[in-house]
Design a protein around this ligand. Structure first.
Ligand code: NAP
Length: 285
């Protein structure tokens, strides 16, 4: 039977550490305000509403203020950019994130690049992705950070291991591949044009799947001794399922994250881990 890598339990226990870090930073700086996160949302996409709700609940639990700034679909990009500039220069704001995806036709890069790298707690600006690329300290994309925190917590050694990442998106696949590479793994990245997916995935010691296709990975894609990190979140008639067919592989692999309750809660935790770091740095000035 595979070991279950429980992201829900882990994120709950790590939340307590964030509370301690906030209290310590406040005490040292003599009663400053709480950490504050600005979430920018454009439109009313149902999935985005759900993700934002989860972030707000987590923020409330650890004592972080959230400003949820919601814009209509047809808001001019420049209006959003100039609001972000105001948040950049507001010392009471420690982190700014844009809930993706933005509506079709909107220039995502332009909006993301408006965020000051020091407040880019979702790690998606060119500055932070370049630092990750170079193997330097950076705000790493919350999902990637969630995956890495989980691997560290469960003491899954990466140096010299073969890691395969399925999915090469800017948001998940690519940053995760670089984060694994930075820790000494030998990394293969697969995508929709990969010729023989099972051949690639079976070779992995650590297999990270971020595609968005329910149960794409099944028993023929895995082998004994593997650690499987399923990033996928797919809404189906049977409820939320991952990209990995959990029931088909759970008897084969060494360890696996469930969906729900795996990477999802770790992503939320990691966003706030980045925010608390930005808060601590702002108080050291
Ligand atoms: P995305 O931008 O749509 O990227 C999907 C990736 O999968 C692309 O690289 C695509 O390759 C690849 N792909 C598509 N079909 C494939 C196939 N048959 N075989 C191999 N690769 C294939 O998606 P994303 O934003 O990375 O999200 C991926 C999943 O993770 C979604 O289910 C999303 O909901 C979930 N997610 C979860 C969290 C969390 O906190 N757990 C956070 C973010 C996202 P091409 O580039 O060649 O098209």
């Amino acid at each position: 039977m595979s070991k279950i890598l429980d992201g829900k339990k882990l994120s709950e226990s790590l939340a307590g550490k964030l509370v301690e870090r906030i209290a310590k930073a406040k005490f040292k700086a003599l009663a400053p305000a709480d950490p504050k996160l600005v979430i920018i949302q454009v439109g009313t996409l149902e999935e985005s509403n759900t993700y934002i709700k989860k972030k707000r609940l987590f923020a409330e639990k650890i004592g972080v203020q959230v400003v949820h700034k919601q814009y209509g679909n047809s808001t001019p990009e420049n209006d959003i950019v100039s609001d972000i500039a105001k948040y950049n220069s507001d010392p009471s704001v420690h982190g700014i994130m844009v809930q993706l995806p933005l509506p079709t036709g909107m220039n995502t890069d332009k909006i993301l690049e408006a965020i000051d790298g020091k407040k880019d707690v979702d790690g998606l600006t060119a500055l932070n992705t370049k630092l990750l690329f170079d193997g330097q300290t950076a705000f790493i994309s919350a999902t990637t950070k969630g995956v890495m925190t989980m691997l560290h917590h469960y003491k899954i050694n990466l140096a010299g291991k073969r890691a395969v990442v399925v999915g090469d998106s800017i948001l998940v696949g690519r940053p995760t591949a670089f984060a694994l590479l930075n820790e000494g793994a030998t990394v293969t990245v697969c995508h929709s044009r990969t010729k023989n997916l099972p051949e690639e995935t079976k070779r992995a010691d650590i297999l990270v799947v971020a595609v968005g296709k329910p149960h794409l990975i099944t028993s023929k894609h895995v082998s004994r001794g593997q650690v499987i990190i399923d990033v996928g979140i797919n809404v189906t008639k049977k409820g939320l399922v991952g990209d990995v067919d959990f029931n088909k592989v759970k008897g084969i692999v060494k360890a696996i994250t469930p969906v729900p309750g795996g990477v999802g809660p770790m992503t939320v935790y990691s966003l706030f881990d980045n925010l608390v770091s930005a808060y601590e740095v702002s108080l050291q000035k």
